[in-house]
Design a protein around this ligand. Structure first.
Ligand code: NA7
Length: 547
């Protein structure tokens, strides 16, 4: 049966040609592209509305680190012309509104079922069909299954004794109550200082009674430099959208920030300092991505730049001892994801903010009234866990995926993900893991890679239809070749050493609390990913067997 028709299958409840799991940016984009091709598709989402990341993360301070106007979808001139980004780095409520606006403009809502968490997805090879069971008991069948699960959608709490005994309020940032939280006068503890912790700490420091930051390892942060975008500026941005998206397409990270090609060692120390001072004063990721590429690969270059940033931290934090605690000593700048901040370091100059370094004292347990370490006890009304995610594979692990012969995806990925271009998994036919593990999307400005991957996947499905075929599966050889390519790309960067979710590291999950043997993210860059995808398409989708 060709794609484009929808029919009821007796054994599986309702049936659709394509089911997409997730109504975040990826799922919305994929749904629109399929509808454009006249392909019957249904989106399922566990949440009660669209937005994915922007629906869930409602903690104070949650916002883009991407320039807003580089984050939106580029495929609709009408949407680009209508939407006004109000801030250079837009905040979560506005970002959620954007996803809702896109949904209405593209008339996508009629193809989405909310409050529909997928429990299992089993491939029936005899009938070439995926059988899905939802948590609410509903059964849905589809020929092709596409996942847009989000790489950071499975939050993890720390493994600390007594977490459930706390009598005040406590939650992971991902589960920040939608109704909001009254912070006035409260004694708040925050565990975690990744980009989420940095955003929430900066935002609430002057709104709470007392803030205790429990920091295990500091990160290298840099100023966000947010600002308003006026109507005139927005009009000027609209006029330049083609140029902006072309610039993003040409950079490794899919941002407007292109690296300084002069080379660290080809310029004098004074010239380096001049560049760094300028970048530190500019908005966004420029300080990371418009730098010399040497800082990503060369320990010495990285150390010199890290020292420059350490100087900035020392200049911004009044107490020299606190400043030293905020300067990472175990990794250099940009080796882990760089949090962008607004007055983060200044927060530690406030009388109501206390930094507790977990290098100097260990958490023993959470008590009914706060957090007890081996040196002290902190009385709290609210505990915020900004402790990260079971990244990339976590959302897959939470669904019982079974491929050919009932093989479990969790078994296949027990020692790390194995994919072809972050899109296909051998032994799991008719499944497209859009922007999944080992895709390039997680090392880029997300929507730029989403559009690349969704466009490619749509072309692929149309090609299958045009060939009159109904089954596809990647070969084990092609999959291995992509793992090797992803490993090779990672091996060139200092990032390979990072204890970060980029490498599947998470101290709170068994098996993830050490360096992972396989790469979780493809770091070859956005242009290279696009080129590789195009090569595979032009080679009649080499590596993917269609029957
Ligand atoms: P991250 O970047 O994984 O950060 C998690 C933070 O929580 C990090 O500082 C961890 O310290 C800390 N953490 C985790 N477990 C513990 C325990 N058990 N005790 C103390 N501290 C702990 O997650 P984010 O949510 O900040 O950011 C995720 C991405 O979202 C981000 O990269 C953006 O792309 C958007 P550690 O560094 O491991 O010592």
């Amino acid at each position: 049966m060709a794609i484009g028709t929808s029919e009821k299958k007796d054994n599986c409840g309702t049936y659709h040609e394509v089911v997409i799991i997730g109504a975040g940016m990826t799922g919305l984009c994929q749904l629109h592209y399929l509808k454009r091709e006249g392909i019957d598709a249904l989106v399922l989402d566990a949440n009660s509305d669209v937005g994915g990341t922007w629906y869930n993360n409602r903690y104070p301070g949650c916002r883009f680190d991407s320039e807003s106007y580089t984050y939106g979808f580029s495929f609709s001139k009408e949407i680009l012309d209508k939407w006004h980004w109000k801030e250079r780095f837009s905040s979560q409520p506005e970002n959620l509104r954007y996803t809702q606006f896109v949904t209405e403009e593209l008339n996508l809502r009629e193809n989405i079922e909310f409050d529909s968490r997928v429990k299992s997805a089993h491939f029936d090879d005899d009938n070439t069909i995926w059988n899905l069971t939802l948590e609410n008991g509903k059964k849905i069948g589809c020929r092709y299954l596409v996942t847009g699960l989000g790489g950071l959608s499975a939050p993890t709490l720390p493994r600390i004794d007594g977490i459930d005994s706390f009598r005040g309020e406590s939650f992971h940032t991902f589960n920040w109550p939608h109704a909001g939280v009254d912070l006035k006068g409260k004694r708040v503890g925050v565990i975690g200082s990744g980009s989420t912790g940095v955003q929430v700490i900066s935002e609430i420091a002057d709104k709470v009674g007392q803030l205790t930051v429990l920091q295990r390892r500091p990160n290298w942060c840099a100023p966000l430099k947010n600002g308003e975008i006026t109507e005139d500026e927005m009009q000027e941005i609209r006029n330049r959208y083609d140029e902006i998206f072309s610039a993003c397409a040409a950079t490794s990270g899919g941002f407007i920030h292109a690296p300084d090609r002069r080379g660290f060692y080809n310029v004098s120390k004074e010239e380096r300092l001049e560049l760094w001072e300028r970048l530190y004063d500019e908005p966004g990721f420029g300080v990371w991505l418009s730098n010399f590429t040497d800082i990503f690969v060369d320990e010495e270059a990285n150390a010199e730049f890290s020292e420059f940033i350490a100087g900035k931290i020392r200049a911004r934090v009044n107490d020299p001892e606190v400043a030293e605690l905020l300067i990472p000593k175990d990794h250099g700048f940009g080796v882990q994801r760089v949090p962008l901040e607004t007055n983060y370091y200044e927060a530690f100059n406030r009388d109501n903010v206390k930094l507790v370094s977990l290098q100097n004292e260990q958490i023993e347990c959470v008590t009914e009234t706060g957090i007890k370490t081996d040196k002290d006890e902190y009385e709290l009304d609210l505990i915020v866990y900004a402790t990260g995610f079971d990244a990339l594979t976590g959302a897959f692990d939470r669904i019982d995926f079974r491929g050919v012969g009932g093989a479990k995806l969790t078994d296949k990925w027990a020692n790390g993900p194995e994919t072809y271009m972050g899109m296909f998994v051998s032994g799991f036919p008719n499944l497209i893991t859009l922007v999944g593990p080992q895709s390039g999307s997680y090392s880029t400005n997300f929507p730029r890679a989403i559009e690349t991957c969704v466009g490619w996947a749509t072309d692929f499905l149309v090609d299958v239809r045009n060939k009159g075929k109904t089954r596809f599966e990647v070969t084990a050889e092609a999959e291995q070749s992509w793992c090797d390519e992803a490993t090779d790309a990672m091996s060139k960067l200092l990032l390979r050493k990072a204890k970060s979710w980029f490498n599947g590291f998470n101290s709170n999950i068994d098996g993830h609390d050490k360096h992972q043997p396989k790469p979780y993210v493809y770091v070859g860059g956005n242009p290279r990913l696009g080129k590789r995808l195009a090569e595979v398409r032009d080679d009649d989708y080499a590596g993917v067997e269609v029957s």
